[in-house]
Design a protein around this ligand. Structure first.
Ligand code: SF4
Ligand code: SF4
Length: 90
């Protein structure tokens, strides 16, 4: 895992494909809790997630990849039926 001591000055990215090393889930103070049974799979949350951490298979969203979810709550805001609750972690 990448730690802050390994981040280059200015956040310089010196090789392609390094985004997988940045596990933004470690920033999270809120966790999205998704009610799978009520989901209508409109995929709004998927489109708006800035971390692209909500996987999709056969046109249905799957569980959030919490390694990369930074807890911003955008998915919760855009969900038309409000079935993503942001749970406080601290
Ligand atoms: S809280 Fe933010 S980063 Fe996490 S799944 Fe929702 S939109 Fe994506
Ligand atoms: S926005 Fe809400 S209803 Fe649509 S796929 Fe995401 S969780 Fe399901």
């Amino acid at each position: 895992m990448l730690n802050s001591k390994k981040i280059l000055i200015g956040g310089l990215i010196n090789k392609p494909g390094s985004s997988k090393e940045y596990k933004t889930g470690t920033w999270r103070t809120l966790c999205p809790v998704w009610d799978e049974k009520k989901c209508i799979h409109c995929l709004q949350c998927v489109q708006f997630c800035p971390e692209n951490c909500i996987p999709v298979k056969n046109n249905k969203r799957l569980k959030t990849n919490l390694d990369y979810c930074k807890g911003c709550g955008i998915c919760s805001q855009v969900c038309p039926i409000k079935i993503i609750k942001m749970l406080k972690l601290i």
